[in-house]
Write a protein that binds this ligand. Structure first.
Ligand code: ADP
Length: 238
C-alpha cells in the first residue's frame, strides 16, 4: 500500500497553469529563433525574386509579432508570480537612452523620429533597470506604432524635488476620451479603423503600470484624439 502522507499536495490549478504558460512561452523562443536564423540565411543566400522578398518580409514580421507576444506572456507570468525585482543603483538616463537606441530602426521603418532630452541634476535611483527599460520600451514603441509617417516621439527625463520623471510624448493618432480610463487594463485595445492593423496584445500598458507601481511610482496619460498622447512616469527618490 502506498503511503499517501508522502505524496505532495496538488498545486492550485491557477499556479499550475501559470507555470505551464511560463514553460510553453519560454520553449517557443527556441523554434522562433531558429525560423529567424533561417530567414536571415535565405536573405544572405543570393539574389531573390520580388515575390520571395515579399514572403520573407512576411515571415520576419510574423516572427517579430510572435516574439513580442511571447515576451508579453512571460511578463504576465512574472506579474502573476509576485513581480520579483532586481534592485540596483540605476542611472535612469542610461536605461532610457539604450531603449530609445534599440527602437531607432523600428521608428525609421515607420517614418517616425525619436527625440531624447534630459534636464539637470539627474540622480541615481534604486530600481530594476531591466523592468524600467521595459516600461520605456512599451511607451516609446506605442508612440511609434500609433503614429503616422513624419510623426515624432519625444522622451524627456528630469529630476523633480522628490522624484525622477520620464515623459513620453507623441504627435500620433491619440486615444478617444472614452477609452482613456481603460488603456491600462489587461488585454484592452481600442477598436478603431486606424488601430485595426496595428499588431499588439493589449498587455504592454498593464505591464508598464504594474512595474511602475511595484517601484512605488505613478504612471498617467493625457491624450487628444488626432493630436497625440503623453505618458508621465514618476518614480520617487528614497
Ligand atoms: P497594445 O499591445 O495593443 O499596443 P498596450 O497595452 O500597449 O497594448 O496599449 C493598449 C491600447 O492603448 C492600444 O491598443 C492602443 O489602442 C492604445 N494606446 C497605447 N498607447 C498609445 C499611443 N501612444 N497612442 C495612441 N493609442 C495608444
Amino acid at each position: 500500500m502506498s503511503d499517501s502522507s508522502s505524496v505532495p499536495p496538488p498545486a492550485p490549478a491557477r499556479q499550475v497553469s501559470l507555470e505551464l504558460l511560463g514553460i510553453v512561452a519560454h520553449d517557443l523562443k527556441t523554434p522562433i529563433t531558429s525560423i529567424k536564423s533561417y530567414a536571415d540565411l535565405v536573405r544572405q543566400g543570393g539574389e531573390l525574386t520580388d515575390r520571395q522578398k515579399l514572403y520573407l518580409q512576411r515571415i520576419e514580421m510574423a516572427v517579430e509579432n510572435m516574439t513580442s507576444l511571447i515576451n508579453d506572456l512571460l511578463d504576465l507570468v512574472w506579474l502573476e508570480g509576485g513581480m520579483q525585482l532586481k534592485v540596483v543603483p540605476c542611472n535612469l538616463l542610461d536605461v532610457v537612452r539604450s531603449q530609445v537606441a534599440a527602437l531607432e530602426g523600428f521608428a525609421q521603418a515607420r517614418g517616425v523620429t525619436l527625440h531624447l532630452t534630459s534636464g539637470d541634476n539627474l540622480t541615481v535611483i534604486h530600481a530594476d533597470p531591466r523592468r524600467l527599460g521595459q516600461v520605456v520600451s512599451n511607451l516609446v514603441s506605442n508612440g511609434i506604432k500609433y503614429n503616422r509617417k513624419g510623426g515624432n516621439v519625444r522622451v524627456h527625463i528630469e529630476r523633480l524635488p522628490q522624484a525622477m520623471k520620464i515623459t513620453v510624448c507623441d504627435d500620433g493618432i491619440g486615444i478617444p476620451a472614452e477609452d482613456l480610463p481603460h488603456i491600462f487594463d489587461r488585454f484592452f485595445r481600442t477598436q478603431r479603423e486606424e488601430t485595426s492593423r496595428v499588431e499588439g496584445s493589449g498587455l504592454g500598458l498593464s505591464i508598464a503600470k504594474a512595474i511602475v507601481e511595484r517601484h512605488n511610482g505613478v504612471i498617467n496619460v493625457e491624450s487628444t484624439l488626432g493630436q497625440g498622447t503623453t505618458f508621465h512616469v514618476i518614480l520617487p527618490l528614497p
